[in-house]
Design a protein around this ligand. Structure first.
Ligand code: THU
Length: 132
């Protein structure tokens, strides 16, 4: 039953990340990214990449999803799904933000068109920076 619930959550997360990817604003790179995180509150939060003519202002999908979760009052993600064309992995900045708002064992699934990669947050960023 727990496993069934987990799988259902996972399917919902994938659908949410795919839906979010269709909203990506990526006219400069043409690389659309959709992300969805499952909060510890059981809710799903979505984000897409939002680019800017001033390229450095671009915000990644993963960080937008985490920001939506935090803005809703939840500060811990249980699982993360990222959808791209090529199963690309979160950038370094996003890894640090995922480490801030999830445990090291939280799964991160990167899905492409025909391939996927599975990690944990701790695998993606061992020894993440922590403020002492
Ligand atoms: N991008 C993300 O949304 N997430 C990542 O982790 C890596 C990169 C976006 C930023 C930019 O809009 C495009 O992908 C190409 O770098």
């Amino acid at each position: 039953m727990v496993r069934e619930r987990q799988l259902q959550n996972f399917d919902e997360l994938v659908l949410a990340a795919r839906a979010s990817r269709t909203r990506a604003y990526a006219p400069y790179s043409n690389y659309a990214v959709g992300a969805a995180v499952l909060g510890s509150d059981g809710e799903i939060y979505k984000g897409c990449n939002v680019e800017n003519a001033s390229f450095g202002l671009t915000i990644c999908a993963e960080r937008n999803a985490i920001a939506a979760m935090v803005a809703a009052g939840c500060t811990s993600a249980r699982a993360v799904v990222v959808v791209t064309s090529d199963a690309g992995t979160p950038c370094g900045a996003c890894r640090q933000v995922l480490a801030e708002f999830s445990g090291p064992n939280a799964p991160v699934v990167c899905i492409g068109e025909g391939s996927e990669q599975h990690f944990t947050v701790g695998e993606l960023l061992p020894s993440s920076f922590k403020f002492q």
